[in-house]
Ligand binder design. Structure first.
Ligand SMILES: [Fe+2]
Length: 290
């Protein structure tokens, strides 16, 4: 594992992740099968593990950029509480059962790697662990995500801080994620095989007060690989982690840098001749809901 103390110098580290790429792709295939189901089945699982928190929802969500403030995407939030809560429904729908069976071990892996990172970071002080794990329903929400196609250079996910205390980017279909601490230092992130990206998010102060830990400002940009004729441009699996029984910051706080004119910002990592990648007009920097 990259030294966890590197989190004092930058907002993310690469960590080993014990689920193979093959298993992750099988999980995503079962998520795409889930997306083909009738609406009443997709929306049937619907509950909340953390009513105080705007990222405590479990189940399926569709968001449409035509609504004005959102990125166009479908996602499902998995938490193992649904295995028992919806046992009969899951057993009676084999596509959903397949998806849940694939999701559960990824959630278990997130649980373990998060414990490992935090134990290492906090040198065995279990106080931080209790804030997350001393609960029947720890706030670890696993998101399976499909982005719809955008034109090259446009945002798939507009810049923001995540609303939890930590985020684990488990896997994605291709590059496009950029991480920094503010709009001026965003850099493309390389996701290594058999690794996940562990990063600090906006609610960190609810878990661990340490001014050296700075949340990751990040976005996802449409690169040129996918075609507008494809049903999706990108998929990703991400986990949001926070303390139990805590609230989250407001959306204004988690998107606060979007109030500046980013058309004047030069994005780091742009290639010469790749002007579309570098254009991030202020009109694209509206609020989203990640
Ligand atoms: Fe995010």
């Amino acid at each position: 594992m990259e030294n966890t103390r590197d989190l004092y110098k930058k907002p993310y580290i690469n960590i080993p992740f014990p689920i193979s790429r093959k298993e992750i792709e099988e999980a995503m295939e079962s998520f795409f099968c889930f997306l083909e189901l009738p609406e009443e089945k997709k929306y049937h699982i619907n509950m909340n593990i953390s009513p105080l928190h705007r990222r405590g929802d479990v189940g399926f969500v569709h968001k449409d950029s035509k609504a004005g403030i959102y990125d166009s995407k479908d996602y499902f939030h998995y938490h193992p509480i649904i295995d028992d809560t919806y046992l009969d429904f899951i057993n009676n729908n084999h596509e959903i059962k397949e998806f849940i069976l694939n999701a559960h071990p990824i959630w278990d892996a997130i649980y373990q790697v998060t414990k490992d990172v935090l134990l290492s970071l906090d040198e065995g002080n279990t106080n931080i662990l209790d804030k997350i794990f001393d609960s029947d329903t720890p706030h670890i929400v696993l998101r399976f995500l499909k982005y719809y196609y955008q034109n090259p250079g446009e945002y798939l996910a507009k810049p923001h801080f995540d609303a939890g205390s930590f985020t684990v980017a488990v896997a994605e279909s291709g590059p496009g994620l950029r991480i920094g601490t503010n709009p001026d230092d965003l850099e493309p992130v390389t996701h290594e095989e058999n690794n996940a990206i562990f990063f600090i998010s906006s609610n960190i102060n609810r878990i661990l007060k340490d001014e050296r830990l700075v949340p990751a400002w990040h976005d996802v940009v449409q690169l040129n690989e996918s075609k507008s004729t494809e049903s999706f441009s990108r998929w990703a699996i991400v986990a949001f982690i926070d303390g139990h029984s805590v609230g989250s910051l407001s959306r204004e706080e988690t998107h606060k840098f979007n109030n500046i004119n980013t058309s004047e910002v030069t994005f780091m990592g742009c290639q010469e001749g790749d002007s579309s990648f570098c254009m991030g007009g202020v009109d694209q920097c509206v609020l989203n809901d990640v």
